[in-house]
Design a protein around this ligand. Structure first.
Ligand code: NAD
Length: 481
């Protein structure tokens, strides 16, 4: 599809996300012809920038991401950018913004099409949505809203935000971004599961013993202590990224690859998500905070973190569904800061069916998402000497050339917004279930706090608290990574 006429309004146009992700992504969409002559982008923020200054920032952002590019192309691209100084809490500013959007719509023949991108602190999302509605900023063509994470901080706050958004956007016009859904190997989960008879035929509760999802981060909270302390690993990573990955792993086969069918299959699965009670949280979840070293701060000594904080920087837990191909199969997850290395991987551990060979090494399928893109099968084979068995790895890893071709998640997802493909975005019904689960865990932890139980302290740059191995339903199971 070429040249989709649009006026795009970015709230948070001077921010980090716009600079590092949105502007470079738009440049690539421009180079590929998806947006070309008939588009204008309005960057808004409070700073008193000029159009020229924003264009310089856009050019810098493109250079920082892609290095040398065709300067004539870049200049032509940047000329479509306009800056509007705008405080999102000031109603009058929306009047000026609307006027500019209408002017640009006419100048670039954008046919009344609008994309609104909320790329700023989530506390402003509701205010912006309400003012888009009360000042009637939407155009006469298509209107789409892109919302960054986090979408709420609990089910209750997410419901309030959703209502505010629904004042001017229907559910099918809302694109809730989860950039993990733009990652190559996350997008590879369904093709891997459903296009390989060999894998498809074992993707069930009879063959799969458990699944393990790990999202490890090497960094601590850095300068984000204030934000993080009000959030924690469960809300920051599990509620969105981990649950989206788990949903792709456990959903039934959709009727087709159409976005509506994909979401219908996800919703059918999530209806059967078991919401944990207090006893399940006590048995199946472990939370921790990183401790300090001679050269690094413990979490509770980080700037802007409450020294008495009970916020978790690590969580391990388990998820189960009553329906779908993995009904009853435990899905374990863990995520944390200051872990051994930055790595996202999924391990699918198969049941032992070796028969006459007795106890053997487990077969497993590993999907490496970050930093490498790799799929690896671990199987048993005969040792050369003697009649024993040895473990073999059959791996397919992207070459550096292939890895270089993988588009950034944001580029893919912004492309999807232009072509109205909601496959890789979070729908409200999914989000609602994720929050129900997360709220149940948070409530149980709150009660634990009140009875004096605190998150465990873990040694930094390892794999989190050793107690995380206690969440396995079967005591002989273990983390395979
Ligand atoms: P940021 O703090 O760098 O930028 C915030 C922007 O909002 C700035 O342009 C600022 O000027 C503007 N702003 C603040 N108050 C304003 C007001 N009252 N009126 C108008 N503009 C105002 O934040 P960011 O890192 O760009 O993050 C933006 C959103 O993207 C957040 O929801 C964040 O969770 C999400 N996100 C960011 C990243 C990232 O890599 N930066 C990654 C994933 C998600």
């Amino acid at each position: 599809m070429n040249n989709i006429p649009t006026v795009m309004i970015i709230f948070g146009g001077s921010g980090d996300l716009a600079h590092r992700k949105i502007y470079p992504a738009l440049f690539n969409l421009y180079r590929s012809g998806l947006i070309h002559d008939n588009f204008a982008v309005i960057g808004t923020a409070r700073r008193p920038w000029s159009h020229e200054y924003l264009r310089g920032q856009v050019a810098d952002a493109v250079h920082e991401t892609y290095g040398e590019v065709d300067e004539t192309d870049l200049e032509a691209f940047a000329s479509h950018f306009y800056y509007q100084s705008h405080d999102v809490t000031n109603v009058e500013h929306y009047v000026t913004l609307k006027k500019l959007a209408q002017e640009l719509d006419e100048r670039y023949s954008c046919q009344g099409n609008r994309i609104f991108y909320m790329a700023m602190a989530p506390s402003f999302f509701g205010t912006i949505a309400e003012h888009i509605a009360d000042q009637k900023l939407t155009g006469s063509g298509f209107n789409r809203l892109v919302v960054e994470k986090p979408f709420g901080t609990s089910l209750e706050t997410a419901e309030v935000l959703n209502k505010q958004i629904n004042g001017s956007f229907d559910e099918e016009q809302v694109f809730r971004i989860d950039h993990y859904l733009g990652k190559e190997m996350v997008q590879n989960i369904l093709p891997l599961r459903l296009s390989n008879p060999m894998i498809k035929s074992i993707w069930n509760k009879d063959c799969i013993k458990n699944i393990q999802v790990t999202l490890a981060e090497r960094l601590g909270v850095e300068a984000r202590g204030g934000y993080y302390d009000a959030s924690g690993a469960m809300r920051d990573m599990v509620q969105n990224h981990i649950f989206q990955i788990i949903t792709l792993l456990a959903m039934p086969e959709p009727a087709s690859l159409a976005d509506t069918d994909i979401h219908a299959a996800k919703e059918a699965l999530l209806d059967s998500l078991e919401i944990p009670d207090e006893a399940e949280v006590a048995a199946g979840f472990v939370r921790g905070q990183y401790g300090g070293t001679e050269t690094t701060f413990a979490y509770t000594s980080e700037p802007n973190v409450d020294p008495e904080s009970k916020t978790e920087t690590f969580v391990a837990g388990r998820v189960k569904f009553d329906q779908g191909p993995l009904a009853g199969v435990p899905i374990y997850f863990r995520t944390g800061k200051e872990m051994k290395e930055k790595r996202t991987r999924i391990d699918i551990v198969l049941k032992d069916m070796a028969g006459i060979y007795g106890e053997t090494g487990e077969n497993s399928i590993t999907i490496e998402v970050d930093p490498a893109s790799e799929i690896c099968l671990t199987i048993n084979g005969k040792t050369i000497q003697g009649g024993g068995l040895r473990r073999e790895r059959l791996a397919y890893k992207f070459s550096p050339e292939e890895q270089a071709q993988v588009p950034d998640g944001y580029e893919r997802l912004i492309h999807d917004v232009f072509v109205n493909d909601s496959t890789n975005f979070t729908k409200w019904k999914e989000l609602k279930r994720y929050w129900e689960f997360v709220d149940a865990v948070e409530d149980a932890w709150q009660k634990q706090n009140e009875s004096g139980q605190k998150p465990l302290t873990y040694a930094p740059y390892k794999m989190g608290p050793a107690e995380s191995k206690q969440i396995f339903a079967n005591p002989t199971d273990h983390w395979i990574y």
